[in-house]
Ligand binder design. Sequence first.
Ligand SMILES: [Fe+2]
Length: 124
Amino acid sequence: MPSFPNPFQGNIPRTMTKEELVQAIRLDIAGELEAIYLYDAHVHATTDEIAKKVIADIRDEEKAHVGELMALLRILDPKEAEFFAEGESEVKEMLEDLGIVEPKDISSDPVSPSTLTVGSLLNQ
Ligand SMILES: [Fe+2]
């Protein structure tokens, strides 16, 4: 959350090391996730359709920022990127074990009756 009383709080009197930059990017990602959470809560908490539309659009822009920062983090720390890939592979294996195809894999044929997705299972 912002801390407006001290406008110099985020200033660093020197150039960051690469390790510090990686840590800063992680903190930036956390900030984006917090913003998404708050905007989403505001979207759900109002009945004003204009506010819903504007705030939801801002929320979705924050999601894009997460993607940008994650891409930057992968570039700055390839070892960490390997851990991300390892986690993604583990989830893909779990989905395979459950016979679930990732949603993006069915986007070209969303009505295929032989395809199970998390969403389709929720509707059963
Ligand atoms: Fe953002």
